[in-house]
Ligand binder design. Structure first.
Ligand code: PLP
Length: 402
């Protein structure tokens, strides 16, 4: 009786959109890690301290009573710091007063951008595997995601890659936007100039907008170069560049991100953003100014630290029986679990967290069809070397369990 009532109520009260997606698997795995006291290599947040100078700046801002709403599209100083950093790093001048919208993390920036550009029924192109938020993002704005496959490295390509013909075929009259996440989560792919040029040509040809997610822009390995799509000829006027403090400054809980876009797009993003969240936390926006002014060697050290972590985890995974590719950017390793006796990625991940004491993300959460990721799991290595060593120690038990 109670069950029937619950079923009836949930049908009445839950929107069709909300029924189309599930809770985030990534965030669920963090809850599992806590439950089983496992090492959390699931969710992409650092377990080490943020730079002392930016923590002090946040404390100072609260002490100075920067405790009320900032301007809805972002505190003036922060927007100016974002514009300055973008011009120094990517050599593109932008107007901080008309082309920057500060949001609650890049998560909100992506949602606000999609709501600002896409109409119900229009298509959004997404490279697959993809960061799991993009699927629900598209559903929430009523758009239809259209997927283009990223293939793993092979004898001729050192990085994940897509088929130009498949990308070309994905563009059509209904295409409104393409999401380009580089460096890419979960594969670690860093999009190269020729790939970005093809994306540019297709966007121009089909009058589509590119929405880039560049939050791992400073986490690069083996000489990989980050190129902002907006810097390519013809793209400045049709690109929304999304970024945040989360990953570069190890403050994922601060929820400060932004979208850079030409004025007409920015004013649409600003309206949507205003009515979703009003604004990001004022004192943390103030601390963001300090973060964006950190000296160049901060970024060198960030990259060096992540390379060291990757170089600890990757060979350990390979030695433990995973087939894994070396990421060229971001801080994840997609690992193939075919060498183990497990029904699928979800069963494997569940047993890994419960019996081995390591939490990972099942590969299926990065694909629209679960079977495509059924032989993969994702490890996040944004952790201290001690945490990674503990995980590697726990993984020694793998052969006894699988
Ligand atoms: N985009 C990608 C590709 C991510 O991997 C993540 C977090 O893991 C986010 C966005 C979320 O970023 P933010 O904390 O800025 O909302």
């Amino acid at each position: 009786m109670a069950n029937t009532l619950e079923r009836r109520l949930s049908k009445v009260q839950v929107s069709q959109k909300a029924q189309q997606f599930t809770e985030s698997v990534i965030r669920e795995m963090t809850r599992q890690a806590i439950r089983y006291n496992a090492v959390n290599l699931a969710q992409g947040f650092p377990d080490f301290a943020a730079p002392a100078v930016i923590k002090r700046a946040a404390q100072d801002a609260i002490e100075a009573d920067l405790n009320q709403y900032a301007i809805t599209w972002g505190a003036t100083d922060l927007r100016h710091a974002i514009a300055r950093k973008f011009s120094e790093w990517q050599k593109l001048e932008i107007d901080p007063d008309r082309e920057v919208t500060v949001c609650c993390g890049s998560t909100e920036a992506m949602m606000a951008s999609l709501l600002a550009v896409a109409n119900p029924g229009e298509e959004i192109i997404v490279f697959e595997p993809y960061y799991e938020n993009y699927g629900p993002d598209a559903i929430i704005c009523g758009a239809v995601p259209r997927y283009v496959t990223l293939h793993p490295p092979n004898a001729t390509k050192v990085d994940w890659h897509f088929d130009a013909a498949q990308l070309r075929a994905a563009f059509n009259d209904r295409t409104r936007a393409i999401i380009v996440n580089s460096p890419h989560n979960p594969t670690g792919k860093v999009f190269e100039l020729a790939e970005l040029e093809l994306i540019r040509d297709l966007c121009v040809e089909h009058d589509a907008v590119a929405i880039t997610d560049e939050i791992y822009e400073h986490i690069l390995y083996d000489g990989a170069q980050h190129i902002s799509l907006a810097t390519l000829d013809g793209m400045r006027e049709r690109t929304i560049t999304i970024n945040s403090l989360s990953k570069t400054y190890s403050v994922t809980g601060w929820r400060v991100g932004w979208a850079i876009a030409p004025p007409e797009l920015s004013s649409a993003i600003r309206k949507v953003h205003d009515f979703i969240t009003v604004g990001a936390a004022t004192p943390l926006q103030a601390a963001g100014v300090t973060a964006l002014f950190l000296p160049a060697d901060y970024y060198d050290e960030l990259t060096r630290g992540y390379a060291q972590r990757r170089d600890l985890l990757l060979p350990a995974l390979q030695a433990a029986g995973f087939k894994a590719f070396s990421p060229r950017g971001a801080y994840y390793i997609i690992a193939d679990i075919s060498g183990f006796h497990a029904e699928n990625d979800r069963v494997f991940a569940q047993r890994l967290v419960e019996e081995i004491g390591v939490a990972v993300v099942p590969g299926s959460s990065f694909y629209r069809h679960p079977e495509q990721g059924a032989h993969q799991v994702r490890f996040a290595f944004c952790k201290t070397l001690a945490t990674l060593e503990r995980a590697v120690g726990n993984l020694q038990k793998l052969s006894a369990v699988f």
